[in-house]
Design a protein. Sequence first.
Length: 361
Amino acid sequence: MATETLSPRALNRATLARQLLLERSDLPAVAAIEHLAGLQAQAPDSSYVGLWSRLRDFRVDDLAKPLVAREVVRSTLMRGTVHLVTAEDGLALWPTIKPVVERGFLGHYSREVAGLDLAAIAEAGRRLLAERPHTRPEIRTALADRWPDADPAVLAYAVNSLLPLAHVTPRGLWGQRGPVAFSLLEDWIGEPITDGVSLDDLVLRYLTAFGPATVRDARIWSGLTKLKEVFERLRPRLRTFTDAEGKELFDVPDAPRPDPETPAPPRFLPEYDNVLLSHADRARVIPDGRRVPLPPGNGGRRGTLLVDGDFLAVWAIKEATLTIESRKPLRDQDLIAEEGTHLLEFVVPGESHDVRFGIDG
């Protein structure tokens, strides 16, 4: 029997459905974060907008309260980037993702750490953070005396990359500012690091949230290598397809694959939302190869806009005005403006709101 081919639009709609972007979900925030296998959270306020776009009637406290209660946590995980995950996932993912984080650190600082005892640096960092949370400048100062010939900033990044750490609150609470303070992940959550999630389970989690996908897609999302044998081991449990270019796609059998003609409403995404970053071929959501911007700041006031499922514009909020810029005039501006007004009500409640459209460049 011939393998079914999925068009780019079919892949787009499947991804939107898995990512809760085709229709808002009634899931609680913590359950949604678990389903999504985490949210990219480099900019701390971005997760609030990411969840607002995915969940019906989402409010700031729906995420802030679980963060304070340590039911969810911000930690360096997939791709060596900061993710918001459930506490259980944080403890389980670290042993599996640790090689990715370490490889990224050594790739950037191999010359700077040559000759240094990284195990000793990690142990010194562990003892320091066992006392209380420390900011990166505090880690630099504390370790500089012991390694006076090393770059203090590199010593701090070593601690950040060699140990499982949590970004402690109030960092990550909506609108909070200030430097990141780090705690040992197990101390912050109050539970030990687990034996790690198996690669089989990790791939299944990925496909549930981002499939159908290729082996290379899973590598891009996780940063892990040598996943081909994992997919082959899982093949009897998966469905296979091909894309328009003939590449083999894998998927969990019971995951949603909506009709490609299913309408996709406009969705405002924060900077570096995972839906834009988690496939080798980003054309399923980025049709013209544009770059995903990451403006400086806490997030929550700038990002990208999906129109009919595609990244076609960028948006920014200044005071109570939402500006949407695209390369050419957008269709369905009334629908976009309506959704944009709801975003303004979430980000800057109680103000007189204005939505404006412009042409980028």
